[in-house]
Ligand binder design. Sequence first.
Ligand code: GLA
Ligand code: ZN
Length: 649
Amino acid sequence: MVNIGVDYYPEHWDESLWEKDAELMKTAGVKTVRIAEFAWCRIEPRENEFDFGWLDKAVKIFAERDIDVVLCTPTNCPPLWLYEKYPDSLQWTRDSKPIATGIRGHRCYNSPSLRRLSERVIVKLAEHYKDEPAVIAWQIDNELDAVHCCCPTCTEKFRNFVMSKYGSLPEVNSAYGNVVWSGEYSSETQIIPPLGSYELAWYNPAYMLDWFRFCKESVNDFVRFQADLIRSVIPDAKITTNTWLCDKTPDFHEMFKPLDFVSYDNYPQTKLPDDPEELYSHAFHLDLMRGIKRKNFWIMEQLSGVQGCWMPMLTTPKPGMIKGYSMQAIAHGADKVIHFRWRSAAKGAEMFWHGLIDQSNKPSRRFGEFTELCAEVRRLEIPENAVVNNKVAILYSSEQESALQIQPQTNGFHYYNQLKSFHDGLTALGIGCDIISEKADFSGYRVVIAPTLFITDENVSKRLHRFTEKGGVCVITNRSGVKDDNNGCIMSPLPTVYSDMTGCKVAEFDAVGRDSVKIKMGGSDYRVSQWCDILELCGAESLAEYAERFYAGLPCVTRNSFGEGICYYAGTIGERKFYKDLMKQVLSTAGIEYVDDLPQNVEITVRETNEEKFTFIFNNNGEQIGVEYCGENFILMPFECRVLKSRKG
Ligand code: GLA
Ligand code: ZN
């Protein structure tokens, strides 16, 4: 059954508190704890001297109370003795200096010493707990990101990565276009990470994309290495890593391949934005996480209190948020929601990051809400095989994300926002969608939305053609077909390889940035910004035209028949209403019924088994709201999630 948990740090608290904490967890209804992800210095206080006594005691305290344990490999924080003795285990900055110790996460994934010492501690840990039934899953490291380590080991590995990809220096030079600014390599030793203090934006984008790819591959390899070690001791271990959305995002689809399930650290905003156009729902991220393996996932860290420590503290979660945001995660396929953290940090680097118990050691208002959450989840009895089935998919790709991070195209543009806008348009119509890899199987979907296919993968293009030809509805957008796989421009009219599907060509574009331009679609006016593709029809019909600037009257959104299917092209980026209205047309074309009159920011999600159906109606607003759904009227309090449980058939 779906259940609720907490992140706990026995090593941070006096032992006299452990039993009391566990007892209170049990009373509250906690079923899972995650422990030990930063505890290497207590597990191995001196090189090759291990101490599991304290951890055994903590695990036992939970096991005795039927609380399951997620145990972590502690590699995020190698102890100081390790860094001191094996300095190659530290990441280097772009100034070719080792990062000063004292903060977490500064290990180099490729360092031979780090690998050797990680292997030992992981194997010891796995051997020690292999027969402990309370340990139900393993977390690798913590919030891994694709760090840009510039140490000598990484430099050499990067060089080998480039050379084995292209085979020879002339091939590298040609792929990167190195002749520009006299950057041609005449020796392999010149292939180095982007060192120095220049903004990365000044570097050659083709070279930069390979550097990002290499950094992502380094994390993937570190994850494979750890998963293999755990499985060498516990063949049927359930293994994950808790991922997040950060600056140097890993390639989620590749990173999770060797792992059993996805877990995500979920921190929804506690302050709702003043701008009603700002998309703040975390539903997008939750769908992205479910889409990685197209399976249910876990929340390994969930908002519990005031956030702050390395930054000024943020506004406290409002009444309803602790419960509502956890229910929202469950609605989108989370099977466990583990709250970060049990108690507010009172000492150390994370001082003032708040948990469910305040630093006064008194259960907080939020704790009260948390216990209600535990009770409701227990009452609902949602089986883990209750899954989300959708007919609409949005494609996400780590390649596009990196390439657009390297070259953001226009002011205000962000790859995620492009995806989120479509997601928001569908949500506004009560339609769930999966966010899946470009490389995933499209069969089973009626609509595939493919925002900004900037880098062209021929295989993806072929599969989208086939999907549409066979009767699917496809949506292609601006900045698609721009680049080849080496991040160089394709020299043919945009959207190049997709032009036959779209039945239109980009005659010219205007990168308008934050300025806004009026368009007309189906008799209504909309504001668009960032990007205006001025389209020339080659078989498609126009659905919307610009109403301003020198391109007034010319098309910006089109629809084309392709084989048995339909391909839409959206050449611009609009306000929320634009996506909602565009999605109405797309869904009608695909024969998918939608809810037309949902109040703004109300989300409807369904999880189902063969027998049961759970419909979640979530009010993601700070005000009470009335919702009419399937002929019934509901009054939802701020952030309330109402769950309707029914039997099927
Ligand atoms: C991340 C980390 C946690 C903690 C929280 C909040 O999610 O994984 O260890 O630092 O942020 O600070
Ligand atoms: Zn390194």
